[in-house]
Write a protein that binds this ligand. Structure first.
Ligand code: SF4
Ligand code: MG
Length: 330
């Protein structure tokens, strides 16, 4: 049974200019221990979606279902949701400084996080804090537990934040751009650490990122979002190596890789306004494969043999029909 099932989720955010349709009919599920990647440019709805799973979109109008461990999270009270958050579902963000309090030692912050959900003594909680700091690779945790966030380097702070997020052994960890601010070496260490946690604790991870290159190396399953829509979904390898959707293909061609030389291709044009009702395909104005029907009718979700699904009128995979990337300049 999946750990998390999101069904026909719509999220509208009321603003002075009207409703922002941030998420439009998104469905997917996440299995225990899976690394589920959600990719998209900013404004695609990926962060709104993950905030909604955490119950952190209080002003929004949300319809559909978010089933977690058999419960529909949308039916829980704020208090029940708060109990779940941190305990069964935890989050790490791009910026540890926004999650760590500058004036308290990391040990105090971790022990308070534990004691908010478990009835244990301060001393026992401190021991757990030391143990978890050691597990995430902080040396001499019995000393460092008394240090303040500013006494850690950027990468070490990220580890502290991960320690705080996983100390209660959540079933689901939502990581929103967790390594964006880090250099490549530290990034690799943090990803290795998250993988280790997945194996040791069975935690499923939803990783939200704009970095497709990163996802292609780590995601079991990947979903690509655009203007609130789930454009493509499937096994990470299939989606990222042979994309079915023209938008995924465009993103892949415009994302930098280590081998890339010369100017990067980018997708011309802008995403549509999220305030507008959507007629037809959200990507139609920018799509090189657009046909007449694309601007008129919402595309079907097409399924391919390799289990990728694509919200598109094309009957074959974009990767197999679109012109190939121009050869590298000599
Ligand atoms: Fe392009 Fe049409 Fe597919 Fe949209 S539905 S991605 S416009 S081919
Ligand atoms: Mg974001």
């Amino acid at each position: 049974m999946p750990l998390l099932t999101v069904r026909n989720l719509h999220i509208d955010i009321p603003t002075g200019d009207g409703d922002v349709h941030a998420v439009r009919d998104v469905s997917f599920s996440v299995e225990p221990e899976q690394l589920f990647g959600i990719a998209g440019e900013s404004g695609s709805g990926k962060s709104v979606l993950s905030q909604a799973i955490l119950g952190l979109m209080p002003g929004a109008r949300i319809s559909g279902e978010i089933l977690f461990e058999g419960k529909n999270l949308l039916e829980l009270t704020p208090r029940q949701m708060q109990k779940l958050r941190g305990d069964r579902i935890a989050m790490i963000s791009q910026d540890p400084l926004s999650s760590l309090h500058p004036f308290y030692s990391v040990g105090r912050q971790i022990t308070e996080a534990i004691r908010a959900h478990r009835r244990i003594s301060e001393r026992a909680a401190l021991e757990e804090a030391i143990d978890i700091l050691g597990r995430v690779g902080i040396h001499s945790p019995e000393k460092r537990v008394f240090d303040f966030p500013h006494q850690f380097s950027g990468g070490m702070r990220q580890r502290v934040m991960i320690a705080m997020a996983i100390v209660l052994r959540p079933a689901l960890l939502i990581a929103d751009e967790p390594t964006t601010a880090l250099d490549v070496t530290v990034q690799a260490q943090i990803l290795a650490l998250l993988n280790q946690m997945r194996r040791e604790l069975g935690t499923a991870i939803i990783m939200v990122t704009h970095d497709l290159e990163l996802l292609s190396s780590i995601a079991d399953h990947a979903m690509v979002m655009y203007a609130g829509n789930r454009m493509e979904l499937g096994p990470g390898e299939a989606v990222l190596k042979a994309p079915a959707h023209p938008y995924t293909l465009g993103l892949l061609r415009s994302s930098p890789t280590q081998e890339t030389r010369g100017p990067l291709p980018s997708i011309p044009g802008q995403p549509p306004s999220l305030l507008a009702e959507q007629v037809g395909c959200a990507f139609a104005a920018r799509c090189q494969s657009a046909m007449e029907i694309c601007g008129q009718k919402r595309p079907p979700l097409r399924e391919f043999d390799d289990e990728t699904r694509s919200l598109c009128w094309l009957e074959t995979k974009a990767a197999s029909v679109a012109p190939s990337v121009p050869a590298e300049p000599i």
